[in-house]
Ligand binder design. Sequence first.
Ligand code: PAF
Length: 263
Amino acid sequence: MITVKDADELQALVTGWKANGLKVGFVPTMGALHDGHLSLMRMAKQKADKVIVSIYVNPTQFAPHEDFDAYPRDVEGDAKLLDSVGVDALYLPLESDIYPDGASINVQAGKAAEGLETEFRPHFFHGVATVVHRLFEVVQPDLAVFGEKDFQQLQVIKEMVAEKDMGIEIIGGPIARDEYGLALSSRNAYLSEDELEIARMLNQIIHNVAQDPGEEKLKEAEQMLETTGFDQVDYVRYKSEWNRVLAAGWVGKTRLIDNCATQ
Ligand code: PAF
C-alpha cells in the first residue's frame, strides 16, 4: 500500500491508473478504523480495480463544543488494517490541500440534510458536504462507498453528487454490528462496560418500531430508550421516502446513531 500526503502526487497516481483503464474506488474516513470500515473497503475492492482510502478528521463538521480534539486517532494502526484488506493507497490529506483558503470553501448540503441530524448538529452536513466535495475533486474516483449507519449523510452525498453532476457512483455499505447488534462506530471506544450494555438496546428498540412505525410507537420507543438508561434521546423518526426508522441519543457523553429499514 502506498501512503500519499500530497494532492498532486495522488492525482498523478489516479491519472496513471485511469489511463490504464482501471476503475478507481474511494472510501473517505476519519480513521479510528473498525470492522465496519473494513467491510466498506472490501466492498470497494469488489467493485473497483484500485481502492484509495483517506483519513482526515475534518474540523468543519465538528461544532466548537464537540469532540474534535478527543476524536480517536491511530494512523499507524489504521494503516496496518488497510494493508491487511488490500487497499492500494492511503491518502492523508494536508490541511492546505483540503482548505487552501482556510475554512472559506463552502458547499451547502441540499434537501436531504433537512431535519434529523441537522436539528441537533446544524453545522454537520455543511462540513461533510464541503470536505467530501473537496476530496472528490482531488481523488476523482469512479465510485465511492459510505456506510449506511450514517444514513442521512449517505443521502446528502448522493444528492450532492447528482445535483453537481459529479459522475461518481455512490454506494451504501450495510451497517456492521457487534454480536449484540450495536452498530460499530469509532465513538463506541468512549463507552464504559455499563454504557455499552445500554447502547446495545438501541438497535433492538428501533428494530421493533420499524415493524410498525406509527407516531405512537415512535414515542414509545423514545420512552423505552430513556427507561433503558439513555441520558437523552434526540429523535426516533420514520422517514417514509427512505423506508427507514432513524434514531439518535446519548449514553453518558457518547452520542449514538442508528437506523433500521422498515418492511
Ligand atoms: O463518515 C465519516 O467518517 C465522515 O463524515 C466523512 C464522510 C469521512 C467526512 O469527513
